[in-house]
Design a protein around this ligand. Structure first.
Ligand SMILES: Nc1ncnc2c1ncn2[C@@H]1O[C@H](COP(=O)(O)OP(=O)(O)OP(=O)(O)O)[C@@H](O)[C@H]1O
Ligand SMILES: O=C(O)[C@H](O)COP(=O)(O)O
Length: 400
């Protein structure tokens, strides 16, 4: 045991012929016909699996999909098998379960370099309860544990945290490591000027992140629905824009905190407003202080795009979470798309990291994903990390 525990990274592990339990986050979106609509997370899991395969390991691949309550065929991982097989260049076998005698038989039959995908771990309620007996069952399948599920590292579940107690060595996979390097690295040791762009619908869901970023950044750019709470807090007329009335004092205190810390806080100077929340709404551009009654702000305006872009041009490190507007409607997508393009441009001379489903979707929509320094596969996990929280899935590993 003592010698095994001394292995603290995947590179140091002896893999030949070993059964390796790999927890990945293959929680990908599927449409009604079970077609994968975005395979980013599957592609991101490939380097670790390929490394294991090429070093003669026998790979037991595990993930959750969705939030099933018990065994729910709709949340089976089966639809992922063809894409995984294609990306890995082997025929991936699939188990109907994730623990038990049948799975043990299949595990015994995995050849060196072979991959067995286990069924959704969340088909067992014990997974989310981090039940020790269930974690032991998972652990008993393998000789070592690799956690590559960054997107689920904020969950202390049996396959992300519990199993590491019973299976040593337990190490981070390459995706996990890369995410930590970018997200922790960007925040703790950024090349300055360091800017954060935070958007999305509500300030309430981003309070922790904004507060924590105010300690680190030089520039904080705000966009999305949350800006109207800031405007209202400053006495502007916001029409029927999204406002969180109970967060007005908080918005004021964040503005004051930014001032006290010497962070330049940028709010849009103009907005695109709509007469209803719909793709075919009538729209016009107005100064941020002059939103008429009955109209709502759904995007940042052209002057804001220009001034945000000029400011971002001065930076060396940028992290971005949350869209600038309701980018799902074409009429209100310009702000988000302009920021995506600006960050792609900046990637040549600085580090750009994109976090969160919606900002990543926007970057992909404009075809610029491969231009960014890093696109995080984590939503909740990345935000918690940026808030300075420790992720249980990371803490449980040997090297943590
Ligand atoms: N001005 C606005 N008014 C209302 N909703 C807005 C506005 N601007 C952006 N949104 C909405 O905010 C939503 C995204 O907010 P959210 O806080 O979930 O962002 P995110 O963190 O990038 O996403 P994810 O939850 O996928 O990580 C989008 O659906 C977008 O339409
Ligand atoms: O999509 C995610 O953020 C992760 O896969 C975690 O999923 P969860 O929020 O259902 O735990």
């Amino acid at each position: 045991m003592a010698t095994k525990k001394s292995v603290s990274s995947l590179k140091e592990a002896d893999l030949k012929g070993k059964r390796v339990f790999v927890r990945a986050d293959l929680n990908v979106p599927l449409d009604d016909t079970f077609k994968i609509t975005d395979d980013t997370r599957i592609r991101a899991a490939v380097p670790t699996i390929k490394y294991l395969m090429s070093n003669g390991a026998r790979v037991i691949l595990s993930s959750h999909l969705g939030r099933p309550k018990g065994v729910t065929p709709k949340y089976s991982l089966k639809p992922l098998v063809p894409r995984l097989s294609e990306l890995l260049g082997v025929e991936v076998k699939m188990a109907d379960d994730c623990v038990g005698p049948e799975v043990e038989k299949l595990v015994a039959g995995i050849p060196e370099g072979g991959v067995l995908l286990l069924e959704n771990v969340r088909f067992y309620k014990e997974e989310e309860k981090n039940d020790p007996e269930f974690a032991k069952k998972l652990a008993s399948l393998a000789d070592l544990y690799v956690n590559d599920a960054f997107g689920t590292a904020h969950r202390a579940h049996a396959s992300t945290e519990g199993v590491a107690k019973y299976l040593k060595p337990s190490v981070a996979g390459y995706l996990m490591q890369k995410e930590l390097d970018y997200l922790v690295g960007a925040v703790s040791n950024p090349t300055k000027p360091f800017a954060a762009i935070v958007g999305g619908s509500k300030v309430s869901s981003k309070i922790g992140v904004i507060e924590s970023l105010l300690e680190k950044v030089n520039i904080l750019v705000l966009g999305g629905g949350m800006i109207f709470t800031f405007y209202k807090a400053q006495g502007y007329k916001v029409g029927s824009s999204l406002v969180e009335e109970d967060k007005l004092d908080l918005a004021t205190s964040l503005i004051e905190k930014a001032k006290a810390k010497g962070v330049s806080l940028l709010l849009p100077s103009d907005v695109v407003i709509a007469d209803k929340f719909a793709a075919d709404a009538n729209s016009k551009v107005v100064p941020a202080k002059e939103i008429p009654d009955g109209w709502m702000g759904l995007d940042i305006g052209p002057d804001s795009i220009k001034s945000f872009s000029e400011t971002l041009d001065t930076t060396k490190t940028v992290i971005w979470n949350g869209p600038m507007g309701v980018f799902e409607f074409e009429k209100f997508a310009a702000g988000t798309e302009a920021i995506a393009k600006k960050l792609a441009e900046l990637s040549g001379k600085g580090v750009t990291t994109i976090i969160g489903g919606d900002s990543v979707a926007a970057v992909e929509k404009v075809g610029l994903a491969d231009k960014m320094s890093h696109i995080s596969t984590g939503g909740g996990a990345s935000l918690q990390l940026l808030e300075g929280k420790t992720l249980p899935g990371v803490l449980a590993l040997n090297e943590a």
